[in-house]
Write a new protein. Structure first.
Length: 271
């Protein structure tokens, strides 16, 4: 395979992901949970915050609108290039969650949305987060639990197979339910966790449904015929206004302890 062909494939995959993320970000409730993540971050105007896995920079732009000095970091140069084009005011940089381009204690806040399910070594990423945060700096992790998508279907057994097969294509599909313990193990204090549910009930969610079916088929969890029949049923539900998918989201927050402060977790909340 030529390098040009490989590059085209990488661009196509990145472009598909960009469209998917834009569809998710436009869904009702998405703006609300992003706003809640900014509240948990506690970033005042002038604070320096990194958004790790920033994608095309929506959160970076929204934080900047609040007066925060926000920097977005993403490993995908395609994402960064697209973000710079559509959000020219946003400070977006190509980078790695394991090697952030900041000095020790340089930042007041660290945010990662829908990122840690793709990270092979969360402990290493959290150690890097702690390194770049100043004492008292805040961290917020947001993400969905891939193993517990709730999708209405005429065939619940097949749906269960598809959901689990799709989850198995993700490096750490259950990372979000582990956020609280990750933060505690990473030495953060004032740890809290909240739950939200993202609801999808209209045809705008069909690209996500089709992607779930394709991924499950590619993983070998279901046959081509089963995947095609399931996606066709979901498309018919979308046309009839009867589509339903609920995705559990978790928002966990913590603080890098100040010198001499004991690490004492708080009771998690449910939002």
């Amino acid at each position: 395979m030529s390098s040009d062909t490989t590059l085209d494939g990488e661009h196509s995959a990145a472009d598909d992901l960009i469209r998917l993320l834009q569809a998710v970000d436009s869904q009702p409730g998405s703006a609300e949970y992003r706003a809640r993540s900014y509240e948990l971050l506690g970033a005042a105007p002038g604070a320096r915050v990194v958004d790790v896995g920033c994608g095309t920079g929506l959160a970076v732009e929204e934080l900047a609108d609040r007066g925060v000095t926000a920097i977005g970091v993403d490993h995908s140069e395609r994402m960064i290039d697209t973000g710079r084009r559509i959000r020219p005011r946003a400070d977006l940089r190509a980078g790695d969650a394991y090697r952030l381009p900041f000095e020790d204690g340089e930042l007041d806040g660290y945010r990662a949305d829908k990122v840690y399910h793709e990270i092979d070594d969360p402990a290493r990423a959290l150690a890097e987060a702690r390194r770049v945060l100043a004492p008292g700096g805040r961290i917020v992790l947001i993400g969905q639990d891939w193993d517990t998508f709730v999708i209405d279907s005429d065939d619940p057994v097949l749906t269960r197979l598809i959901v689990h097969a799709r989850a198995d294509t993700v490096a750490r599909p259950r990372a979000a339910r582990q956020y609280r313990n990750m933060l505690l193990d990473g030495g953060f204090d004032d740890v809290t966790v909240e739950a939200r549910v993202a609801l999808f009930t209209d045809a705008a969610a069909m690209p996500m449904m089709a992607r779930i079916g394709r991924a499950a088929r590619a993983k070998g969890g279901v046959s081509d015929e089963q995947a095609a029949a399931w996606v066709a049923e979901q498309a018919e539900r979308a046309r009839a206004g009867r589509l339903f998918m609920a995705v559990p989201l978790f928002l966990a927050a913590g603080r890098r302890p100040s010198a001499g402060r004991r690490t004492t977790p708080t009771t998690p909340g449910l939002g």
